[in-house]
Ligand binder design. Sequence first.
Ligand code: 5GP
Length: 215
Amino acid sequence: MTGDRTPANTLKRRGLMFVLSSPSGAGKTTISRMLLGADPEIKLSVSVTTRPMRPGERDGVDYHFATDAEFDQMVADDDFYEWAHVFGHRYGTPKGHIRSGLKDGQDWLFDIDWQGTQQLIQKDKQDVVAVFILPPSIDELRRRLETRAQDSAAVIDARMDRARAEISHWDAYDYVVINDDVDACFAKVREILHAERRKRRRQTGLIDFVRAMMG
Ligand code: 5GP
């Protein structure tokens, strides 16, 4: 045995699909970035979207930006795990390497809305861990959207309407975390991820480990 790695914590495990959903402005993107920066075992599933790129976004990093025709083609080719209409544009999760990655113990982070989450749960319930992030209040949510200042008042109103609709689906999630302090929220999200990795059904190396132990 080398260093402090014991056989028990290097056991083979199945990866999981870690879904973070929230209304825009509740801090999901910040929490996602913190998680990706802190945890090398989880990778972002980059979605495909037909919406225009926002300032500061990069193609292939934040989203794969696609034309309507390209998106249609991907739907026709059954290239999506799930897809949905959001704000008049389409967003989808390309299947890509997700399924094979899960087998190899790769965890995937999904920054998707409740519709996408429902589709993932229907397809692969065993592998999905769904976390919903709530803002501390509706007023605070509006304040956060306004200070982001990327959107017009009309767009902010539309986002507030959508936020209420999104929040109404809170009870379809495995976990709900209130984001009144970003560091505390992040700590809770990490605890959830760590505990879910330890679930017995994900520890695919356990059978061999116990067999070897018992001789
Ligand atoms: P935004 O345009 O602000 O980046 O995202 C708008 C909404 O689309 C967010 O609520 C986000 O979670 C959702 N979204 C992003 N990617 C996907 C996806 O692949 N599938 C689904 N269903 N929703 C997505």
